[in-house]
Design a protein around this ligand. Structure first.
Ligand SMILES: C[S@@+](CC[C@H](N)C(=O)[O-])C[C@H]1O[C@@H](n2cnc3c(N)ncnc32)[C@H](O)[C@@H]1O
Length: 275
């Protein structure tokens, strides 16, 4: 019989592991959330306790079980055109940003892109706002720590409920419908998929040296809430290094850069500019 109750000791094992390996800081009160989210996995594997699951996970040399753990404890919730005020800001400021790009190359990073709605929104937005789009080199890097969400993102395939936030005319222009089971699914057109490179990247532990270029805009939304203040501060400093002069950083609406005041100035709520 599966023991569905996680002990404090068992929770601490996950807390320490996740902090050291993923960078996610699990507060003590998350114990029931972790128990709930992992119980299904224990049942699937036929394990009797959370300690058994922990041992199973750290002994899995393929790393697959770590992905399962990360997927279970982190939230991947996302949507197309999330946080409309940021897209409004970008509509207003894009002409000025483009005017500074003499080489007609624009580099954008969607850090923690989840299942892809954010980078595809960026691609749709840019294609619909840049009138001489074909003359531009648009490069969107989309990264996440979870292989599972990246696989979905890369396919570019969404259900009807996922594309609710996309304006009708954009659905017509930027998605192809496909038959799936009894219903329909929608795949982002190849032309937009070609703009995006998907990659695994751990924002806390992977190196920021080696991108080979700087970014004009970084989206890092709704992931910093999982990190402790020191980790957030270090991450923001890394963004500062790899943004171009005056580069823009978008964060989630409940996130702010209180510790990096010398590096970024607030333009509008959740929108910052490199100083
Ligand atoms: C709530 S989603 C945010 C998606 C999107 N940015 C948005 O705002 O809609 C958070 C994502 O962060 C990812 N994540 C969590 N910890 C991470 C880390 N240390 N490095 C990179 N990605 C991480 C999760 O896998 C998840 O897909």
């Amino acid at each position: 019989m599966t023991n569905h109750t996680i002990s404090q000791q068992e929770f601490k094992l996950f807390q320490d592991y996740v902090y050291k390996n993923v960078g996610i800081s699990l507060a003590d009160h998350k114990i029931t959330l972790v128990q709930g989210r992992l119980s299904k996995r224990l049942r699937q594997l036929g394990l009797d306790s959370y300690k058994q699951y922990f041992d199973y996970m750290i002994n899995d040399t393929t790393g697959e079980e770590e992905f399962q753990l990360i997927s279970a404890i982190s939230t991947n919730v996302t949507q197309f055109f999330r946080e409309s005020s940021q897209w409004d800001y970008l509509s207003e400021s894009l002409p000025a940003i483009l005017a500074t790009k003499k080489d007609k190359t624009l580099r954008i990073w969607s850090a923690a892109c989840s299942s892809g709605e954010e980078p595809y929104t960026i691609a749709m937005f840019l294609h619909s706002h840049i009138h001489d789009f074909s003359q531009w080199q648009i490069k969107i890097l989309a990264t996440d720590i979870s292989k599972r969400v990246l696989t979905k993102a890369q396919s570019g395939i969404y259900e009807e409920k996922d594309i609710q936030g996309v304006p009708k005319h954009m659905i017509a222009s930027y998605f192809e419908t496909r038959k799936s089971g009894d219903g329909k699914s929608y795949q982002v057109v190849q032309m937009l998929r070609d703009l995006i490179t998907f990659r695994m990247f751990n924002l806390v532990y992977d190196s920021f040296v080696g991108f080979g270029h700087q970014f004009d805009i970084i989206f890092c939304r709704n992931v910093m809430i999982y990190f402790d203040p020191e980790t957030q501060q270090k991450l923001i400093s890394n963004y500062h290094k790899i943004l171009v002069e005056d580069g823009i950083l978008f964060v989630g609406h409940s996130e702010s850069l209180t510790r990096n005041k010398d590096e970024f100035k607030l333009l509008r709520p959740s929108i910052y500019q490199k100083m």
